[in-house]
Design a protein around this ligand. Structure first.
Ligand SMILES: Cc1cc2nc3c(=O)[nH]c(=O)nc-3n(C[C@H](O)[C@H](O)[C@H](O)COP(=O)(O)OP(=O)(O)OC[C@H]3O[C@@H](n4cnc5c(N)ncnc54)[C@H](O)[C@@H]3O)c2cc1C
Length: 384
């Protein structure tokens, strides 16, 4: 089986093909996996339920040191840039704007003739037989390939085909309030010093705050031109999350969007920010609260027992969901993508290759989630 079939040829005839893959989800893990599988000789179709407009996020930890040998400068030795170099744009900054990383990976995927990126395509189920795996979309189309990879995040549909006995990630008991402010909104006397490029991690009573200096839109790190990303860990809003349907039972359903945060919550966040947090983070939070540009993300966790089943595989948050406090969401996704491609390269024994991938990644993925759970339990206790 080496054709991708739903009536649409994918890269047919352009290259010598080693196999076909459908990747579900075109966020960071999906794009990284599409790129790594393409390099392994696969023709890849990436299916993403959201539309093609640029997507917004907050700050993302992108720690090249954790990515072992992948931290190569772009184009070294005349080779294609490493995935880390593609994602980071070659910048050594350990924290970047999520939207910038996503945009770079998407541009690389769109420029790759082996990758077809389809937006507005929600996958509703997956299946497999001896010869192929497939993904079915909400419009009733079925795409068959040698391998189907779930990169569809913490509520993964593909995970239901890999681990039907344990399909859901569970709520960790707290919400992360997220925002990115322009440093220009902060009075000069309250800004970070020049050269301050590491995250600030602050504790106050029940709460915890991580503040991330980020380059400005133009890449500038000059005081006043930077951006200030912040993530406020808050275990006191679980009633609100349940009332808004963001958390149902033990399951995180969705984030609390900007426009769904109630006015009284904005007022309470502003008052608490004035009490709890020093400049410039207090200013950055107040700026976003005033502009109603705060998003609340309930945190989920998932310790995997399996990463593969036959011709189905999971990467990124579909595979393992860890608290953002680990700072490892991107790095683990990159390691998954590279390991998967390493195992699939040069073999037609897809099932054996996927078992090898699971052997390589499962132990580390479980350890990563569990290390984060130690934080979550001490931070939020058991009182969800
Ligand atoms: C818009 C957005 C902004 C984010 N911002 C940040 C941030 O600022 N900081 C941070 O640390 N992390 C952020 N994250 C999460 C971060 O990307 C992950 O924690 C991590 O990097 C691993 O990503 P992932 O690709 O595995 O999962 P996710 O980023 O959750 O991506 C899953 C993707 O799959 C798609 N999808 C889900 N179900 C289906 C389906 N049935 N069919 C088709 N497509 C599907 C989703 O639309 C999404 O694009 C953000 C995620 C998104 C989607």
């Amino acid at each position: 089986m080496s054709t991708l079939t739903d009536g649409t040829p994918s890269g047919a005839g352009r290259h010598e093909r080693r196999g076909t893959a459908v990747v579900v989800g075109a966020s960071l893990a999906g794009l990284l996996t599409g790129l790594s599988l393409s390099r392994a000789g696969y023709d890849v179709t990436v299916l993403e339920r959201s539309g093609p407009s640029p997507r917004s996020g907050a700050a993302l930890g992108i720690n090249g040191d954790a990515c072992g040998g992948t931290r190569l400068p772009a184009g070294s030795d005349g080779a294609a840039p490493s995935l880390w170099a593609l994602a980071s744009g070659g910048s050594a900054s350990p924290v970047q704007a999520w939207s910038a990383v996503h945009a770079r990976l998407r541009a690389a995927a769109e420029a790759d003739p082996r990758i077809e990126l389809r937006h507005d395509t929600a996958v509703t189920g997956v299946g497999q037989d001896d010869d192929a795996a497939w993904a079915t979309t909400s419009t009733g189309r079925t795409l068959r390939a040698d391998v189907v990879v779930g990169a569809d995040g913490h509520r993964s549909v593909v995970r239901r085909g890999v681990a039907p006995d344990k399909p859901e990630a569970t709520f960790a008991g707290y919400v992360l309030w997220l925002g990115i402010a322009d440093e220009a909104a902060v009075p000069a006397a309250r800004r970070l010093p020049r050269g301050h490029d590491r995250p600030d991690i602050l504790d106050a009573g029940d709460f915890c705050l991580i503040g991330y200096p980020l380059p400005g839109e133009d890449g500038s790190l000059a005081p006043g031109a930077r951006r200030l990303g912040w993530a406020w860990f808050d275990p006191t809003r679980n009633d609100l999350l349940r009332e808004k349907g963001c958390v149902v039972g033990d399951v995180v359903r969705r984030s609390l969007r900007f426009d769904a945060v109630p006015a009284h919550t904005h007022r309470e966040l502003a008052a608490a920010a004035r009490d709890l947090w020093p400049a410039p983070w207090q200013d950055a939070i107040l700026d976003r609260v005033e502009r109603r540009a705060v998003i609340g993300t309930p945190i989920a966790e998932y310790v995997p027992d399996r990463l593969v089943n036959g011709r189905l595989a999971l990467v990124g948050n579909a595979a393992h969901v860890q608290t953002p406090m680990t700072g490892m969401g991107f790095d683990a996704s990159l390691q998954d993508a590279e390991a998967l491609a390493d195992h699939l390269a040069g073999t037609s024994e897809v099932r054996a290759a996927l078992r090898g991938y699971e052997e390589t990644r499962l132990h580390g993925a479980r350890d990563l989630v569990r290390s984060g759970q130690q934080f979550s339990r001490s931070f939020a206790g058991g009182g969800h």
